[in-house]
Design a binder for this molecule. Structure first.
Ligand SMILES: [Zn+2]
Length: 579
């Protein structure tokens, strides 16, 4: 068993985790091993655990002890890892004992690139997919409206009149009846039409005199009155009238999104692009003790954003033991699906098109340098081979100019890298922040965009790992599911959830299961400067743990997404528990 003596009370300021954790690690004998062991040998009192996990398969990622049966936690830290009996003895009288029945415990999983508010907004909206009648829609609208604060709109998505008797477009009346005082705005399953009630149309100033906008149509009845359905660009007429989200609504979205992430086994999210209002909402939640997970924030420095006022504010680290803001998100190009990613050569399925720069490379360089000077990490969305190359070039110059201490620049997505650029990543300390499930979501068409030769560099995490580059895994939720087990499955199989294609898509780029787990733990922890606190189950580390119902190493890879999350534990607190 690895276990520390009781740490001496530390005079280190709690807000600076570096100092605090140096103290904790020192006490745990991890920094100065001989002194620590000597202290134990002198018979220092053992710590008492207030949480013990027993009878599991604990995959520690600690080379000193790769596997164990049990873990002891005191407060927010792991105090011991070892066999059942020795760990059970550490449990204090009031300790919670969790019997794992062989379940797998891994260091708390991290999603290195997600969008919490967007996920929460989706969850806060009524999900009308598959709803079979207008009456049922109206019932759900009424029920939702009863739970919302005054002035908030009932919003939803996913209705499809083809599932209803008569298969006709609806009109406003059922919604107006269900919600006379509160605006209702529901988008169709394909996003190309939306359905309003009378209140929403009044707020938006829609009358029979409102003309159809270019590229849009207001559906009207025989007398010319708008019926409540708005097609394509006409949707903007109503959606523009929606109230700006209040702080409470943002907080509610964040809370919903994080709750979903906790259920997926995630202990930490890197939230890729937030504005000041979202940072304030996060701070409120942290102050109220209502942040279940750790969140690592990136300022939104995308497009026309002015980053000066953002990076003028000093970064903060581990605020209330949950929240860190020390990164800036930039974006050099678009996405491959819409042919916006920037390539050195034409798109294979669209000759003459090489994509579109979202931010000029000089501006990426300027913002990167400024951010680095202010103590911020830079995370740049770069997808096409030219977008990636220009980002590496910009980083190279910014690093020389700013000379930051420990900058750890990141490239987000790194979806189609030129082979000759891979060896440039490690010497510059660039972290690859990649999303395994993007490969298996995009594989049906990605190679059409770039052809066979460039296609070798698509989602090339094998190249990245073999070049010694730190790989941080994520999902880009809600673009792809927030579930890390889905991502791990993509990483190790390069197959979709139906096990297509046989043998995997570009199987030479597969990761091993160990590599995938590391990308979701130690790799993502390093990308957030937390490699000494997370990524390993060992004494002195944060008690951030994910408990998975099955040992992923012993089941067929096709079954990985079906394993359940039994517990998610953050800082010693059980934040999700399977019922
Ligand atoms: Zn994203």
């Amino acid at each position: 068993m690895t276990r520390p003596c009781r740490p001496r009370p530390s005079a280190a300021p709690r807000r600076v985790f570096g100092a605090r954790w140096l103290a904790a690690l020192g006490a745990a004998g991890l920094l100065a091993a001989p002194a620590g062991l000597a202290a134990c040998a002198r018979g220092g009192p053992e710590m008492t655990a207030d949480l013990v996990l027993l009878g599991g398969t604990v995959v520690t990622e600690d080379p000193a002890r790769p596997q164990a049966e049990a873990v002891a936690v005191s407060g927010d830290s792991i105090i011991a890892v070892g066999g059942n009996d020795e760990i059970a003895r550490l449990a204090g009288p009031a300790a919670r004992r969790i019997e794992l029945h062989g379940a797998m415990v891994v260091p708390g999983l991290i999603d290195a690139h997600g969008h919490v508010r967007s996920l929460g907004d989706e969850l806060a909206n009524l999900d009308l997919h598959g709803v079979g009648s207008v009456d049922e829609v109206a019932r759900q609208v009424k029920e939702r409206g009863a739970r919302l604060p005054p002035g908030a709109w009932v919003t939803g998505h996913g209705w499809d009149q083809n599932l209803w008797p008569g298969k006709r477009f609806p009109d406003h009346r059922p919604l107006s009846g269900a919600s006379p005082e509160r605006a209702v705005w529901l988008s169709r399953v394909d996003g190309h039409a939306s359905w309003a009630n009378l209140k929403a149309m009044r707020i938006a100033g829609i009358t029979r005199k409102t003309p159809d906008p270019p590229g849009g149509r207001i559906v009207r009845d025989a007398r010319g009155e708008p019926t409540g359905v708005f097609v394509d660009n006409a949707q903007d007429l109503v959606s523009a009238a929606r109230p700006k989200a209040t702080r409470d609504q943002i907080k509610e979205s964040l809370r919903l999104g994080l709750e979903r992430c906790a259920a997926a086994g995630l202990t930490e999210i890197h939230d890729a692009a937030v504005g000041p209002e979202v940072v304030d909402a996060y701070r409120d939640l942290a102050d109220a003790g209502r942040l279940p997970l750790r969140v690592y924030l990136m300022w939104d420095g995308i497009g026309d954003a002015r980053i000066e006022p953002l990076v003028e504010q000093p970064p903060f680290i581990n605020y209330r033991n949950r929240l860190t803001l020390r990164a800036v998100k930039l974006m050099i190009d678009g996405a491959m699906g819409s042919r916006g990613a920037v390539f050195l050569d034409d798109y294979s399925d669209d000759r003459g098109n090489r994509g579109l720069l979202v931010t000029p490379p000089e501006e990426i360089e300027r913002r990167a340098e400024l951010s680095m000077r202010k103590g911020y990490q830079v995370c740049t969305h770069a997808i096409g081979d030219r977008g990636i190359r220009l980002t590496i070039d910009a980083y190279q110059r910014a690093l020389v100019a700013a000379r930051p201490r420990d900058p750890r620049p990141r490239i987000e997505h790194l979806q189609c890298v030129a082979p000759e650029d891979v060896p440039r990543l490690k010497p510059l300390g660039i972290i690859a922040s990649m999303q395994p499930s993007h490969a298996t979501s995009d594989m049906y068409w990605a190679e059409d965009r770039v052809g066979a030769e460039r296609g070798k560099g698509l989602y090339a995490w094998r190249w990245v790992l073999d070049a010694g580059v730190v790989l941080a895994a994520g999902s880009d939720f809600p673009v792809d599911p927030e579930r890390p087990l889905v991502g791990i499955h993509s990483a190790v199989t390069r197959q979709d959830l139906k096990n297509w294609p046989a043998g995997g898509w570009h199987p030479d780029q597969r990761m091993t299961l160990d590599e995938a787990l590391r990308a979701y733990t130690a790799g993502a922890a390093y990308a957030a400067y937390e490699e000494n606190q997370k990524g390993r189950i060992a004494p002195g580390r944060w008690a951030d743990l994910t408990v998975i119902s099955k040992d992923l190493r012993t089941i067929p890879p096709a079954d990985i997404p079906n394993a359940a999350i039994d517990y998610t534990i953050v800082g010693g607190t059980v934040v999700y528990e399977k019922r």
